[in-house]
Design a protein around this ligand. Structure first.
Ligand SMILES: Nc1ncnc2c1ncn2[C@@H]1O[C@H](COP(=O)(O)OS(=O)(=O)O)[C@@H](OP(=O)(O)O)[C@H]1O
Ligand SMILES: Nc1ncnc2c1ncn2[C@@H]1O[C@H](COP(=O)(O)OP(=O)(O)O)[C@@H](O)[C@H]1O
Length: 489
């Protein structure tokens, strides 16, 4: 049985579906003792769990942001490394496990594809395809449709009073509200927070259905929402899109604009909690404010990146000392982290990537608890920095400071004599000499320390934090810092 056929979008973002048929649920079978366990990333796992509910996602490979022709009904593809592909093929099946390796599903009748990969699988890497069987026989039953029509509300944001009014006007009695339970939404809203908001605001006649849906914030979400509507026997679909996806061009009646405004004011809030003119958004404001408190209490990561000798450590230490008078501060300096967190890691791409992600992980934990983390690794790769940003922005704010002192000046300083060794070939893979540095395109601040005193460079950062409201203005300017030439410190 294939997915439902659908008519085109009608006004107001409502989609009408016809010939709704669910995919059949399949029988359970015990995995063989020798079956390997494949543990995909959270997003792929969410897709696997949705598929286990009989929802046929529009992805060629689960977890991949790109839509594509999915395999035949009842079969799915998941990303896998060459080693995982080989192991699974030897036994003829593989278990799919969660992040703690607890078995969730079984893939049998395997086919594999993809280029040879040795690292973490991802989009474009290899994949394994098979028939998907649940390991747990108690698959949650989806609610049966009451009557002729059912509207499925697929939210990537909290429900507004304007949404409820809009839904009531459709005159469809059976209203099902999907409650996402997986990951973090495109606006950075964690599923747990969205869930609290929906549970708090939904009228009592709405049927709430928790589903492990993980919105991407792209046009793919429309297809995912349609697949879910089909799985829920819906005849109509109404999406509450994230501010990230809708990007301003929104139908006013949908409540999207109200959410976009609320999100904006929550993100910018310095002291007072944001207010909303919408009664339901106002009702969930305490939940949202706990998630995104005013900047004075919000977790913050100031992440310095730049070449060796650019001034990261000097600035990070001075900033940490300065902020410590007002907030709890953790300093994660490059050299110290290399000794304490990342000893044994090298300077090849994989070593640097893991090092930077570890720093990001610890910094995000600090931010999650409302503290400030000041980090100062070289962090030469844009991809690793982007991963850190994603981790941190799920729980707080990130200010990326590019210490953009040119290579010639860093080499002139040669604080540790490493440039000389790198030029002589004694130190290899040295950033800027024999290893790459991706110039940041997304830095909040750019500081070139050439011919500039430490207090001057520091003031650029502290002023930014004070103006942005993360620290009080009095803590923003280092009036008390003496203008000591940095080389004499
Ligand atoms: N090959 C090579 N390339 C760059 N740097 C090297 C290298 N070997 C050792 N060092 C010393 O290690 C410090 C950089 O470590 P990081 O952890 O910040 O690097 S990275 O972010 O993982 O790329 C760096 O410290 P800073 O000078 O403070 O940047 C160097 O002192
Ligand atoms: N405005 C400035 N800010 C920070 N450091 C400066 C500045 N001007 C000169 N320096 C000097 O540059 C060197 C930077 O070294 P360091 O902070 O260890 O860099 P990194 O951590 O990026 O390797 C120090 O000797 C520092 O005194």
């Amino acid at each position: 049985m294939g997915p439902a056929r659908m008519r085109a979008l009608t006004a107001g973002g409502l989609v009408v579906l016809e010939d709704v048929t669910r995919m059949p649920l399949r029988a359970v079978r015990e995995p063989r003792p020798a079956s390997p366990v494949l543990c995909p990333c959270d997003r792929t796992m969410a897709d696997v769990r949705l598929s286990l509910l009989g929802i046929r996602l529009p992805f060629a490979v689960l977890g991949d942001a790109a839509a594509g022709e999915p395999p035949a009904a009842g079969r799915v593809r998941v990303p896998a490394t060459t080693a995982e592909l080989a192991q699974a093929l030897t036994v003829g099946e593989t278990v799919i496990g969660d992040c703690e390796s607890n078995p969730v599903a079984l893939l049998t009748g395997l086919t594999v594809s993809g280029r040879t990969v040795s690292g973490t699988p991802g989009p474009g890497a290899g994949w394994i395809e098979g028939a998907l069987l649940p390991v747990d026989p108690d698959v949650a039953a989806l609610p049966v449709r009451k009557g002729e029509t059912r509207v499925v509300v697929a939210p990537a944001r909290p429900l507004t009073a304007a949404d409820v009014e809009h839904l009531r006007a459709l005159d469809i009695e059976d209203i099902v509200l999907v409650v996402p339970t997986a990951g973090t939404g495109p606006d950075g809203l964690p599923a747990a927070v969205l869930r609290q908001c929906l549970e708090q605001a939904a009228p009592s006649d709405f049927t709430l259905v928790p589903l492990p849906v993980s919105w991407r914030g792209t046009t793919v979400d429309e297809d995912v929402a349609r697949a879910i509507t089909t799985g829920l026997d819906g005849t109509h679909l109404h999406r509450l899109t994230s501010a990230a996806e809708s990007g301003g061009g929104l139908p006013a009646e949908s409540g999207n604009i109200l959410w976009a405004d609320t999100l904006e004011s929550l993100q910018q809030a310095t002291t007072a909690p944001a207010q909303s003119p919408d009664s339901l958004l106002e009702q969930v404001m305490p939940i949202l404010t706990r998630w995104r408190p005013p900047r004075r209490q919000r977790g913050l990561v100031v992440f310095f990146t730049g070449l060796s000798g650019s001034g990261k450590s000097t600035l990070a230490k001075a900033l940490a000392d300065h902020l410590a008078t007002d907030r709890a501060v953790t300093l994660l300096d490059g050299d110290v982290v290399r000794r304490m967190l990342s000893s044994g890691l090298g300077f090849d791409r994989a070593g640097r990537d893991l090092n930077v992600r570890r720093i990001g992980f610890v910094a995000a934990e600090v931010a999650r608890h409302g503290g400030i983390a000041v980090c100062a690794p070289i962090a030469p790769y844009a991809e690793s920095r982007a991963a850190v940003r994603e981790l941190v922005e799920a729980v707080g704010d990130l200010v990326l400071v590019h210490v953009a002192t040119p290579l010639a000046e860093c080499e002139r300083r040669d604080v540790k004599g490493l440039y000389r060794k790198a030029r002589a070939g004694v130190v290899t893979q040295f950033t800027g000499i024999s290893d790459p540095y991706d110039e940041p395109l997304d830095a909040e601040l750019r500081v070139d320390t050439t011919g500039t005193s430490l207090p001057e460079s520091l003031a650029v950062i502290t002023d930014y934090l004070a103006i942005g409201g993360w620290v009080p203005t009095s803590a923003g300017r280092p009036d008390t810092m003496q203008e000591v030439p940095v080389d004499e410190r």
